[in-house]
Structures are given as structure tokens and as C-alpha cells.
Design a protein around this ligand. Sequence first.
Ligand code: HPA
Length: 271
Amino acid sequence: MWNKVQETVSYIQAKTNDYKPNFGIILGSGLGGFSEDIQIEFTLDYKDIPNFPIATVEGHKGALLFGTIGNVKVVAMQGRFHYYEGYSMQEITFPVRVMHVLGIQNLIVSNASGGVNSSFKVGDVMLIKDHINMMPEHPLRGTNDNRFGSRFVNMSEPYSRQMLLKAKEIAKELNIKIQEGVYVGLQGPTFETLAEYKMIKAIGGDCVGMSTVPEVIVAKHMNMNCFGVSVITDMGDIENIDEVNHEEVLKAAKKAEPQVRNLIKNLISNY
Ligand code: HPA
């Protein structure tokens, strides 16, 4: 893994004139259009990057974008990899390792999720304050490479309190309505049954989705600061549980996109 990451980083550095971004961003649902907020200097298609997996899901593109937000240099993943697509945990988190070796210390992730907190509504923007890992495989299972991080990773602050605080200040200033809560990561690709949504709520979750947790775990392995935002695209309650489908999720995520973009843009340029 270490050698593969070095090989990929060398390729990227050669193609981007040794670009040194400060923020890494994973553009999930709700943040896809964020690429328009970046003054792009280099675009690398995943298919051209050695060792990179290739995105397969509709609505998710596959390119690494290098550029600036204000004065801040960023790299954004346009399109992420999901475990349910059939990749291994090591494959879906590979880009996070690459970002770290490129010198990135701050990771921003976005996703779409199903809400189970009854005070939430479809289209709400939820800052992720913590997560529960219910994925069936762990991205750090196997021999540990100490060059990346330690065997037993401290997860007491998976999402940076400082970034959360800053984001809340910004949301207040910009009049962006936000929720805050716990994201539960499940394998998917099925949406949850009613009984499963109830379980998510019972174990302390506020929403449930199929991504983000592996990336954040791997980022914490390398001691990065993480910030996560989730767009509530459906509610796991009795009235509309049978209406959730990928199109509805994309539609709801699209609607919340302007607020999410605004929030992240300001967080990056003011952090
Ligand atoms: N469950 C899991 N993943 C999701 C959901 C959901 O209800 N909505 C969007 N992604």
C-alpha cells in the first residue's frame, strides 16, 4: 500500500507541477456542483491516475480537481468510491491516503443520508459530529503500516471540534439552517427497512448512509482533521419509507446544494 501510494503521489506531483493543497474535499451528494466554486488549475481523470479505482455510480463523476477557493489551495474528489460497488475497503480509502501524502491535513466530506431524528426534514443540512461504524469490514484490518499511523487509532474526535465550531459560526452569519448529529454508516446498497431505520435511531444515530465512515477512519489513522456534512434526502419514517429511491435522493441533495456549497466555501477560506 505504501509503495502504491508513493507511485500515485509521484504521478500527481508530476502532472500538477508539485501542487500543494491544504484541504482535501470529497464531493458526495449535495456538493457535486462545488467544482464550480473552485478555480481549477489541474484536472486528473481517475482512469489516468495509477492505482486509482474508477467510479461506477450514476451521479458520481471521476476526477481529481486541483485549484483554489479564495487563497486556499484544495484538491477535490469529484466522485467517491463506495463499498457496495464491490471495491475493498483499502480501495475506497486509497485516495485519502494519497491526499495525506500530498500534504493535506484537513479533509472535508459530504454525503446524502436518510434521517431518523424526527426533528429533521428532507433537505436539511446536518453537520456530522460523530459516527457509528456498522460497515461489515474495517479499512484498517490487516497488518498495520506504522508509516501511516498507529495500530490502535484514537477515535475520540473523528470530526474536528474546531471545524464544527467554525462551521456553526459561519452558518449563523450566513443564515444557513443546520442540524447536527450522528451519522451511521451501513454497507448498502439497499435502503433500510423500517425495522432497520428504527434500529439506527435506537442505537443513537440521527441519520444513516453508505459512505464517509471508512474515509474518516483512514483519515484519522493518519491524524487528519475531518469535517463532514450530510444532506438529509429522505426520512426513515412510516409515511414515506417506500418512496425513497436514488432519483429522490439526488433531487433532495441538489436542492440543499447551494447552502452546503456556501458553508464549505466559507469554512475553507476562513479556517
Ligand atoms: N439510507 C441509506 N443511505 C442513504 C439514504 C438512506 O435512507 N438516503 C440517502 N442515502
